[in-house]
Design a protein around this ligand. Structure first.
Ligand code: ZN
Ligand code: ZN
Length: 389
């Protein structure tokens, strides 16, 4: 394995996730909660309401920045898996530049509060709007970070895990094959001069209409690949594959809501003024042969005879590497279809060291009374009345 070419990503949840705290939320808050928290705080700390108060302005920028990241599902996923220490906004490895997709603080605020039809499509109660527009807009925040290299699209992939792997936690080694465009063999498209768009004239009777569309020669990328036979980098192919090794550390208890991100391993740039996209890895957990997972709990079904359901039976449940031995007497007389609790034998609860519970549902097989035993039924009834209260 080429060490220089490998890196490790982890779902490690012990890292700091201050952005949530900035909005007064705990990790894993929903988009709804994030939106509500931002709305409340941004209103409170808006510089127009706190004129000359540098502290409020700094706080306003801080909460806007937190909102900016957490309100974007992909950025949120990236942040959730990288934490404060490893997350650097655009996800590029150490460039530290502003993310061109990100808006300035004031931009976000305006988009949020004015945007009835905007990206948030939110409904705000009228008295809130009246209050807010009472003190006007403007002032805080620098210009939005427009310009700079454009990020290529992200790629999504799915990693399938077994429930055993999720229970124990696992390190997954992967080789990700990147399709690189050879920059030696790239040249500026001569049809659009590298702009990626062309203007075309359309005749509409006596009128002429000029419209802009993506360049058909370069598919809007602004460059075309003309492989040089002599090119050593791509062997005259124009594109080449580069394998990147990566290890993903999956902690016990992960569920399908967790996404992991591999910065810069998505779609690769064709030109120098593009940045690589990110690779998002979704998790899919295979169905298990005996347990159904619901949140942190495990549900288990067990067949039992009527007699055993009444008098009790030793059963053993294979709980991953552990065997749980119980006598059903601890639950009393079993009711068909009822779920019985075994505490602390569920899935690990991520980042806590605790576990969920197991629920055992018994499927009782009710028998028929044998034809020649009907004369014993009265004895049985008498006996049962002696045994049970
Ligand atoms: Zn072109
Ligand atoms: Zn080449």
């Amino acid at each position: 394995m080429d060490i220089s070419n490998s890196f490790i990503f982890t779902f490690k949840m012990g890292d700091n996730f201050k952005l949530y705290g900035t909005l007064g939320l705990s990790r894993g808050a929903s988009q709804d909660e994030i939106k509500r928290a931002y709305k409340k705080l941004a209103f409170e700390f808006h510089p127009d309401k706190n004129k000359g108060n540098a502290e409020a302005e700094a706080k306003f920028k801080e909460i806007s920045n937190a909102y900016n990241i957490l309100s974007d599902e992909n950025e949120k996923a990236k942040y959730d898996s990288l934490g404060d220490n490893n997350y650097n906004g655009s996800g590029s490895c150490g460039s530290g530049g502003p993310n061109p997709n990100f808006r300035g603080h004031q931009d976000i605020f305006e988009a949020f509060f004015r945007g009835r039809g905007g990206p948030f499509g939110g409904h705000f109660d009228d008295d809130f709007q009246d209050n807010f527009f009472g003190f006007g807009m403007g002032g805080a925040g620098g210009p939005g970070g427009h310009g700079g290299p454009k990020k290529c699209p992200s790629i999504e992939k799915t990693l399938v895990l077994s429930l055993e792997e999720v229970y124990e936690g696992v390190n997954k080694n992967m080789t990700i094959s990147l399709r690189k465009y050879c920059h030696n063999c790239n040249k500026t498209c001569n049809k659009c001069d590298g702009r990626g768009v062309i203007q075309q004239m359309r005749n509409l009777g006596i009128l002429q209409q000029i419209f802009q569309g993506p360049c058909d020669k370069c598919q809007g990328s602004g460059t075309i690949i003309e492989p040089k036979q002599s090119c050593k980098e791509c062997n005259g192919q124009g594109v080449y594959s580069k394998d990147q090794n990566a290890t993903l550390i999956i902690p016990p208890g992960v569920d399908e809501n967790y996404k992991s991100v591999f910065p810069d391993m998505g779609e690769q740039p064709k030109t120098a003024n593009q940045k690589p996209g990110d690779l998002f890895l979704n998790i899919k957990i295979e169905e298990h042969k005996q347990f159904v997972r619901k949140g942190n709990d495990l549900h288990y079904k067990c067949d039992i005879s009527f007699v055993d359901s009444v008098v009790g039976k030793d059963i053993s449940i294979q709980y991953f590497k552990e065997t749980i031995n119980i006598n059903t007497k601890i639950f009393g007389v079993l009711a068909h279809g009822k779920k019985y609790l075994i505490e602390g034998k569920g899935m690990p609860i991520i980042n806590t060291g605790n576990k969920g519970n197991m629920y055992v549902e018994f499927n009782v097989n009710y028998p028929k009374i044998k034809g020649d035993a009907s004369n014993k039924v009265d004895d049985l009834r008498k006996l049962l009345e002696e045994v049970f209260i």
